[in-house]
Design a protein around this ligand. Structure first.
Ligand code: URA
Length: 211
């Protein structure tokens, strides 16, 4: 299946690290470290089109025009709680980014998102915003988070996840055709509880060691 709204970052390092994360025997510490490492690599790809402008600088040898990032600071928004894992990796690459958090939990019956927390930097207008959540499963949380953020009229919106599946990508494309997704892999499908197969289980539990 083709997903024009999605880029799979299929670098050999990303593939290898993702396989380690999938293994049931991988420890919490390793899972956390691997998620940070992959997120940095995903960010590298997701931010490829950031605008730059030329600045007049002095090297030890000569004056020259050289590119620097242009525009307002980037905003990274983590969907709690597992989005924090992606955020930590992305912040290593873009330490000056502003950070927001959106708290959404899935109602276990309906699988619909329920918002319990929303704190993002003011003045999102004209800023590039990257929403982070490791698992694009049903896509309902991503759709709700993007809807909420669009009220503040950001300059652009992207979505970065570790794993996606056809159901989530289709849902996201139907509701937000303007938002591109960056992921390490597109898995087969969802199970009846809304978990990705073969997946890696509950990303939050694996990241925080809560199970
Ligand atoms: N959330 C997870 O943590 N894992 C899944 O497989 C789906 C949603």
């Amino acid at each position: 299946m083709e997903f024009p709204n999605c880029t799979v970052v299929d670098h050999p390092l990303v593939k290898h690290k993702l396989t380690q994360m999938r293994r049931v025997e991988t420890s919490t510490a390793s899972f956390r470290a691997l998620l940070q490492e992959i997120s940095l690599l995903l960010a590298y790809e997701a931010l490829r089109d950031l605008k730059v402008r030329e600045e007049d600088i002095q090297t030890p040898m000569a004056r020259t025009m050289a590119p620097v990032l242009d525009g307002k600071k980037l905003v990274l928004v983590a969907i709690m709680r597992a989005g924090q894992g992606i955020l930590d990796g992305m912040l290593q690459l873009v330490p000056s980014a502003r950070v927001g958090h959106i708290g959404l939990y899935r109602d276990p019956e309906t699988l619909s998102p329920v918002e319990y927390y929303y704190r993002v930097p003011g003045q999102l207008a004209d800023r590039d915003v990257v929403v982070c959540d490791p698992m694009l499963a049903t896509g309902n949380s991503a759709v709700a988070a993007l809807q909420r953020l669009k009220k503040s009229k950001p300059g652009s919106l992207r979505f970065v996840c570790l794993l996606a599946c056809p159901e989530g990508l289709t849902n996201l494309r139907e509701h937000h055709p303007d938002v591109h997704v960056y992921t390490a892999a597109i898995d087969e499908r969802l199970d009846e509880h809304g978990y990705i197969l073969p997946g890696l289980g509950d990303a939050g539990d694996r990241l925080f060691g809560t199970k």
